[in-house]
Design a protein around this ligand. Structure first.
Ligand SMILES: NC(=O)c1ccc[n+]([C@@H]2O[C@H](COP(=O)([O-])OP(=O)(O)OC[C@H]3O[C@@H](n4cnc5c(N)ncnc54)[C@H](OP(=O)(O)O)[C@@H]3O)[C@@H](O)[C@H]2O)c1
Length: 287
């Protein structure tokens, strides 16, 4: 099978490297050339456009930034979908909104392409160590074709349901992630104001049953006030925006996630967009 991977950012570069480690015949494309060149040294063929990368592929993975970018690369007239072989599979791992996944499915079907949404849980180290969890929206037969590749890149695949439901579930995970980080930060900041030792707070709060377990991995960033990017703050803002759009489509109020969205928007405006999303702590501390 020929496999293509489009989008070699923080996540995509590591996911593609794991495909190569497992001997997959892989063609890669990235808008800026450096990440693709790094993978050439590991055995990848490097294409000069997304259209060229997908032309011979049986399975195409994409890990781009936003739905707008996925639309631009794949769906527009003359875009990558129009260059894929009929019957090939496109698995989009980008975090997008479920409505966009439906739009991608409809466009793929017009070109005779089979489509799955396959967003991931996990961040940079999980991508590096093939420990991602895939939330897949697709029928069973499509999933069984791509699952060997998902297993090279992750530790678990969960089929949520039909197309769009992988994206739906991922959205739930991220609205909880965003709000939990804010809750953690507020507790630390108030604790400090009340005179409790910061190290004690950072060592103790993540281990309480009321805390989100991932805060253990963010405590060190907060302690050092160093937010080297794993999950960019700008993509958390994007995910909260997409959740707000989705909630509107369903006429479902989303009070606190919308408030979180505005906090991440403000932090982004303060120049924190390419820091890790845990930098929301620095933003709250400065208020
Ligand atoms: N990082 C995480 O922890 C994490 C975890 C789970 C899910 N996600 C999701 O996974 C996706 C990728 O995240 P990431 O952290 O890998 O992001 P990233 O490092 O910012 O990478 C974004 C990718 O999109 C490409 N891109 C952006 N604009 C483009 C355009 N106009 N045309 C073509 N390509 C374009 C970038 O190319 P260039 O290299 O040329 O800029 C890069 O390959 C996002 O949807 C994010 O929400 C991220």
């Amino acid at each position: 099978m020929n496999v293509a991977f489009i989008g070699l950012g923080i996540m995509g570069s590591r996911m593609a490297a794991n495909l190569l480690k497992n001997g997959v015949n892989l063609t890669v494309y990235n808008r800026s050339s450096e990440p693709a060149e790094a993978l050439r040294a590991q055995g990848a063929k490097v294409a000069s456009s997304a259209n060229e990368a997908v032309a011979e592929a049986d399975v195409v993975f994409s890990m781009l930034s936003t739905p707008e970018v996925v639309r631009y690369v794949f769906l527009e007239d003359g875009g990558a979908l129009s260059k894929m072989k009929r019957g090939a599979i496109w698995a989009d791992c980008t975090t997008v909104n479920p409505s966009f996944s439906q739009e991608a499915l409809a466009a793929a079907q017009k070109h005779g392409i089979r489509f799955a949404d396959a967003p991931v849980a996990g961040t940079k180290p999980h991508a590096e160590n093939a420990e991602l969890v895939f939330f897949v929206g697709a029928d069973e037969s499509l999933l069984s074709t791509i699952n060997p590749y998902l297993e090279y890149m992750g530790k678990k695949t969960i089929r949520i349901g039909q197309t769009g439901q992988g994206a739906s579930f991922k959205m739930l995970v991220n609205i909880m992630l965003a709000q939990s980080m804010i809750i953690f930060s507020e507790a630390i900041l108030l604790g400090e104001k009340m005179g409790i030792d910061k190290d004690f707070l950072l060592n103790t709060i993540p281990n309480l049953v009321v805390s989100a377990p991932f805060t253990k991995f963010k405590a060190e960033m907060v302690r050092q006030d160093a937010y080297d990017v794993q999950f960019p703050l700008e993509w958390m803002q994007k995910d909260l925006h997409l959740a707000a759009v989705t909630a509107y489509e369903h006429q479902q109020p989303l009070y606190l996630a919308n408030m979180a969205k505005e906090l991440f928007a403000a932090a982004s405006k303060q120049g924190m967009s390419r820091l890790d999303f845990a930098a929301i702590h620095r933003y709250l501390e400065q208020q």
